[in-house]
Ligand binder design. Structure first.
Ligand SMILES: [Zn+2]
Ligand SMILES: [Zn+2]
Length: 376
């Protein structure tokens, strides 16, 4: 299937209005009533309509941009959870590695012929921790071969058209016949004259020297879904390199690199944080304002909380990629032993120890130790 943007003749950055206008114009030209029943026009009308139906819907367009036509046509409720069973790092494998049946069809690579299509390209995209958790709209820029605007990718100088290759008569292959005792042996190989395209260019386009493509910088919007992880890969269908002489576009693979967070660590869909508590709060209990990734929450620390205890804030973790639910935020308590006590604090703590009957080191030993270290 051709690229939906190309079918409609709009750039991938086109607004909804531009897409609608482009479709109306094409529909007027190609509609069976207007084209007099020309079967080619009818076929194109169908293709253009499929493209429009996908791109007019923001959600389906987003999915088409990310994962290609198969994902855009798969039900409106989002992705199947199945491919993610192996973990978030398998996003790429799950979607494109083949080997699973639904919902994108066998192999997942779409039905476009690969022979003359341009190569796939790769680009890295750095995300903050929060962008990976909550999703983001980001732009990637790269220099890539694109169809030559001067010759519309044909490679032929404007006003001229490529002609059928004189050596292979347009088949793109040459056959060699040898006689042997068993009869005639026929072998075929790619036509060297036309590079297997079946066409020859008599007067090449000046801008692309007959190749039908030129290198340009392009920018694409990447819709990063909430819940991606470091090492995930997104595919932008048809945003790779242009093939020679109108050969169609490869795909663009966007490799995601997610920065670490200074407090939160990620364990699958759960977030883990360590909360330091003074011994007083851990002992007597406290009502704290606790900073999550998305704002502050009340955290009730019960009296007698031990070091190592884990509070679970349900649904405050990482969303699952299929949009169903979120992980939890696990807050692990670390009780800090007080240091650098004032004379008054030390006096209170000694009385506390005496009241409990706890045997502690006498005060003067510590004093002597302090004096010794001061004269070192
Ligand atoms: Zn050109
Ligand atoms: Zn040829």
């Amino acid at each position: 299937m051709a690229d939906f943007y190309e079918l409609l003749g709009v750039p991938p950055s086109a607004t909804e209005d531009e897409i609608k206008r482009a479709y109306r114009k094409l529909a007027r030209e190609l509609h069976p009533d207007a084209s007099g029943g020309d079967p080619h026009s009818e076929e194109r009308f169908k293709e253009v309509t499929v493209a429009y139906e996908t791109l007019r819907d923001p959600e389906r367009r987003r999915r088409y941009d990310m994962f290609g036509p198969e994902a855009a046509s798969a039900g409106a409720s989002g992705f199947d959870a199945g491919p993610f069973a192996g973990g978030l790092g398998d996003l790429f494998e799950g979607f494109f590695g083949g080997g699973f049946g639904s919902p994108f069809g066998g192999g997942g690579r779409g039905g476009r012929p690969r022979s003359r299509q341009g190569p796939d390209m790769e680009v890295a995209l750095d995300l903050t921790f929060e962008e990976a958790v909550f999703g983001a709209q980001r732009e990637v820029r790269l220099r890539q071969p694109v169809a030559c605007a001067t010759c519309q990718g044909t490679g032929a100088r404007p006003g001229t058209t490529p002609v059928t290759c004189s050596e292979c008569q347009g088949s793109g292959e040459v056959h060699r016949v040898r006689r042997s005792i068993l009869g005639q042996m026929v072998s075929s190989s790619p036509c060297p004259r036309c590079g297997a395209t079946g066409e020859e260019i008599a007067s090449p386009c000046n801008d692309c020297r007959g190749e039908g493509r030129v290198t340009e910088e392009r920018a694409y919007t990447v819709e990063v879904p909430a819940g991606v992880d470091d090492g995930s890969t997104l595919r932008l269908t048809g945003r790779g390199a242009a093939g020679a002489r109108g050969g169609g576009y490869g795909d663009l693979y966007v490799h995601l690199r997610v920065a670490a967070h200074e407090r939160f660590q990620r364990h699958g869909q759960d977030l883990v944080d360590v909360l330091h508590l003074p011994v007083t709060q851990a002992t007597l209990g406290a009502h704290l304002r606790y900073e999550t990734l998305e704002g502050t929450e009340d955290l009730v620390v019960p009296a007698g909380t031990q070091s190592g205890r884990v509070f679970r804030l349900r649904g405050r973790g990482v969303p699952s990629l299929d949009g169903r639910g979120r992980g939890d935020l696990l807050v692990q308590v670390m009780v800090d032993t007080p240091t650098h006590l004032s004379a008054e604090q030390e006096e209170l703590l000694r009385r506390f120890a005496a009241a409990r009957g706890d045997e502690v080191a006498p005060a003067d030993t510590r004093l002597f130790a302090k004096i010794r270290s001061a004269f070192k």
